[in-house]
Ligand binder design. Structure first.
Ligand SMILES: *Cc1c(COP(=O)(O)O)cnc(C)c1O
Length: 384
C-alpha cells in the first residue's frame, strides 16, 4: 500500500474540516442561511486579499475570472500590455486576442521575471494602452513578478493593473490595495485549500470606472456588473457552487487563524527548504527570482523527466507536476502551497532523491533531505 500525496501546483490537498463540509447534503442557495455564509466568505477573502474592494465570486476555474477581467474592461481594438514570463502570462495574451483586443507582448525567457523597467518602456511606447496584465506567481516556471513595482508605475497612469494571483494569493505577499492592484484574480484549487470550481476577482474603483463605461460587454455570464448588483443582497446572478462556498468558509477560517503574514512566512520557509533540498541533489532551479508556492527544477542531463514523474507516482505515491508545452519532460514542479507544511516538503525532497538514486543519478543519498532540514532548522532557536 502507498499513501497518495498530492503535490501538484493545483489542485492541492484539502483540509479535513473542509472535506467534511463537502460531504454534507446539498442545500438550496437562495436562502438567508447561504447569503450569510457568502457574506462571511467574501469578508474573509478581503482579508486574504488585503483589500477593501469588492471581491466577486464566480463559479468557474481561474481562467474564467481572467476572462471576466478582460471582457469587462476591454473592448475590441483596445491595447492590453501583457507581461509574459511563461504559460500563464501567455494566457493573458490569448484571452485578449480571443476578444479582439490588441495584446502588446512583453516576453522574457522561461525562468526570468518581467522587470519594472520593461513595463515602463512598454507604457512609453503604448501610452494609449488600456490595461496591463501580469502574473504574480508564474506557475509554469516558478518565477515571481514584482507586482508592487508594477503598481507603483501605474499609480498615476490611466491603465489598470490586472494580476493573475491564482497560485500566489495566500502564498506570497500580495497587498491588493497598498500595491494598487485594480483587479486581482484567484482560483479555489491552489492556496485557498479547496477543490477546483470557484474563482474570484477583486475590483477597484479605477477598474469599475472602466467597467461602467464599457458599452460593448462581450460576455453574458461574466458581466461583472451583474455580480456587483446581486452582491448588494449577498446573492449571485447565477447558481453558485454553493457547496464549495460553504466549504471555503472552513479553509478561510484556517487562514484567518494563522494570520496572513504567517501564511506568507510559512510558504517562504517551505520554498527555501525545497530549493535547498533540490539544489543539494545537483538539480538546477529554473527561476532566478523564485516563488514560494512551488519549486521548479530542470531534470538532470540525460534523465527523462516524464519517467521521474511516473516513478514518483507509481513507486512512492508522490504526485508532482512536470513541464507544460515546450518544457514537457524537461522540468519537475513540486508544489508546497495551501494545506502543506514543512514535512510535506521533506517528503517530496526525500522521494525525489530516492527516485534519482534509483535512476542512477549521481548524488549522495540523503544530501537533499539534509539540506532541506538544515534550511528548516536554521530558524529554530534552542529552547530550555
Ligand atoms: C492554476 C493557474 C491558473 C488557472 O487555471 P485554471 O485551470 O483555469 O484554474 C492560472 N494562472 C496561474 C498562475 C495558475 O497557477
Amino acid at each position: 500500500m502507498l499513501k497518495q500525496r498530492l503535490m501538484t501546483p493545483g489542485p492541492t490537498p484539502v483540509p479535513e474540516e473542509t472535506l467534511l463540509e463537502l460531504a454534507k447534503p446539498v442545500t438550496f442557495h437562495r436562502s438567508g442561511q447561504f447569503r450569510a455564509i457568502l457574506a462571511e466568505v467574501l469578508e474573509d477573502l478581503k482579508y486574504v486579499y488585503c483589500t477593501k474592494n469588492l471581491v466577486l465570486p464566480l463559479t468557474c476555474s481561474g481562467t474564467g475570472a481572467m476572462e471576466a477581467a478582460i471582457t469587462s474592461t476591454g473592448v475590441p481594438g483596445d491595447k492590453a500590455i501583457c507581461l509574459i514570463s511563461g504559460r500563464w502570462g501567455e494566457r493573458w495574451r490569448n484571452i485578449s486576442k480571443a476578444f479582439g483586443l490588441i495584446p502588446i507582448e512583453i516576453t522574457v525567457p522561461y525562468g526570468k521575471s518581467v522587470s519594472p523597467a520593461q513595463l515602463e518602456a512598454a507604457l512609453k511606447e503604448h501610452p494609449d494602452a488600456k490595461i496591463v496584465c501580469c502574473t504574480l506567481s508564474e506557475t509554469a516556471t516558478g518565477a515571481r513578478n514584482d507586482i508592487k513595482a508594477f503598481g507603483a508605475i501605474l499609480k498615476d497612469k490611466p491603465q489598470i493593473l490586472i494580476v493573475d494571483a491564482i497560485s500566489g494569493l495566500a502564498v506570497m505577499e500580495c497587498r491588493t490595495d497598498d500595491w494598487g492592484v485594480d483587479m486581482c484574480v484567484t482560483g479555489s484549487q491552489k492556496a485557498l485549500m479547496l477543490p477546483a470550481g470557484l474563482a474570484f476577482v477583486s475590483v477597484s474603483d479605477k477598474a469599475w470606472k472602466l467597467i461602467d463605461a464599457n458599452t460593448q460587454q462581450k460576455s453574458f455570464y461574466f458581466d461583472l456588473k451583474k455580480y456587483r448588483d446581486n452582491l448588494k443582497n449577498n446573492d449571485t446572478p447565477f447558481t453558485p457552487a454553493n457547496t464549495l462556498i460553504k466549504a471555503l468558509k472552513h479553509s478561510l477560517k484556517m487562514l484567518r487563524a494563522e494570520g496572513i503574514e504567517n501564511t506568507w512566512a510559512r510558504h517562504a520557509r517551505m520554498g527555501k527548504a525545497c530549493r535547498a533540498g533540490l539544489s543539494a541533489m545537483n538539480l538546477k532551479l529554473l527561476a532566478e527570482d523564485p516563488v514560494d508556492g512551488l519549486t521548479v527544477a530542470w531534470v538532470p542531463e540525460g534523465v527523462d523527466g516524464t519517467e521521474i514523474l511516473t516513478r514518483l507516482e507509481k513507486g512512492y505515491g508522490v504526485k508532482v507536476a512536470g513541464g507544460q508545452d515546450t518544457l514537457k519532460g524537461k522540468i519537475i514542479r513540486v508544489a508546497h502551497m495551501g494545506y502543506m507544511d514543512m514535512f510535506d516538503v521533506l517528503t517530496a525532497v526525500s522521494a525525489i532523491e530516492m527516485v534519482l538514486v534509483e535512476m542512477g543519478h549521481k548524488l549522495e543519498p540523503g544530501a537533499g533531505i539534509a539540506a532541506a532540514q538544515k534550511s528548516l532548522t536554521s530558524g529554530i532557536k534552542a529552547k530550555a
